[in-house]
Design a protein around this ligand. Sequence first.
Ligand SMILES: Nc1ncnc2c1ncn2[C@@H]1O[C@H](COP(=O)(O)OP(=O)(O)O)[C@@H](O)[C@H]1O
Ligand SMILES: O=C(O)C1=C[C@@H](OP(=O)(O)O)[C@@H](O)[C@H](O)C1
Length: 399
Amino acid sequence: MEAGGVGLALQTRAAGFGTGRRRGGLQSPIVSLRVADPAGAAVAVRARGSKPVAPLRAKKSSGGHENLHNSVDEALLLKRKSEEVLFYLNGRCIYLVGMMGSGKSTVGKIMSEVLGYSFFDRGRLTALDYVFSDKLVEQAVGMPSVAQIFKVHSEAFFRDNESSVLRDLSSMRRLVVATGGGAVIRPVNWKYMKKGLSVWLDVPLDSLARRIAKVGTASRPLLDQPSGDPYTMAFSKLSMLAEQRGDAYANADVRVSLEEIASKQGHDDVSKLTPTDIAIESLHKIESFVIEHAADNVAGDSQAESQPQFGEHQHWTSQQTSWTSSVDRRESNLCVGGQSSFAVCYADVSRPSQSCEEVTVGGAGSADRRQDLDHMYGWLDGPTTAARNMAPFYGRLIL
Ligand SMILES: Nc1ncnc2c1ncn2[C@@H]1O[C@H](COP(=O)(O)OP(=O)(O)O)[C@@H](O)[C@H]1O
Ligand SMILES: O=C(O)C1=C[C@@H](OP(=O)(O)O)[C@@H](O)[C@H](O)C1
């Protein structure tokens, strides 16, 4: 049974704007990315003349996972792929699933950052780059670690709360969620995760055991053993869990096999792969999946950006200067009835993600359409001049 609402204090603030289904109509997000070139010097890779932001950690390869990517080429490939995928994703969340240590958090962070996905943690009043469902369970329960939740309560209690967290997340958009390794075992969690796209990071048990032996098992109660060789103990427990979980991971929309990537790249060992390699492959697979299932998405995708139900639909970009008059022109449409929403989104040049304010005009719960309109005009005029470090990014009006 699921725990009754854990009261996640979360709210997505960055709405998705990749709404056009035609490529020509899409405004690429303004995001910049800093990487290190092979010699280790910082290089700013920028799209559309935006200012550089904090560098992604990047070191020249020495075989360790701390190398997010091996080269500028790899970072550029990641960036380019993310821009393409953003278009197809249409604001849908990405759920990473896989065994403990498969790299869900590490790869999730990269994907979230490069896609410009983020969420606003109202409890802490901060925007975070990605969502780690274990962390949200800890917050919801009010305990500092998953290990402690298992110890003081039980695994079942943890699983109930994990389901509640996934349920709450399933109504949000533009998130990359690194789930806990066991999230796949409850069918109800799939109902939640299927609102977005799920990606299984399929990593050989031997590599998982090596990674976990390296960092220790204290934070992973299912692997924590009082004695014995850490690699052997982790390997044996992970093998057991993999067997118990059977095909649960294969429910994911997309499988990213590290063995396959390594073989494509001519490596005999998955340990040569950087998290960026894995993120790029994940984005490739997501893109193929979405293209392949495009017809289903139009019909039944509850997380895709809603298309206008009636009237017209238009995007405004920062390059266009006539947007306010366009809005005025449409005021009569607003009075005809139905719900209209306007969102203005700003690329905060001090960080890679965007922030967004959304105003709904005349929707359910709206007492005064006129007041809504005034609010909307306030947003049109206000933030461009008010917020110094925010560059106008994107506007949208659906009538
Ligand atoms: N591609 C990789 N190569 C080597 N080590 C990795 C790789 N990805 C992640 N790691 C390391 O493995 C450990 C587990 O990764 P993590 O992202 O926390 O996995 P998960 O969230 O799936 O449990 C971490 O110490 C991380 O630094
Ligand atoms: O596989 C599992 O059952 C678990 C995986 C852990 O998350 P990670 O996959 O991030 O280690 C955490 O949710 C909990 O310890 C249970």
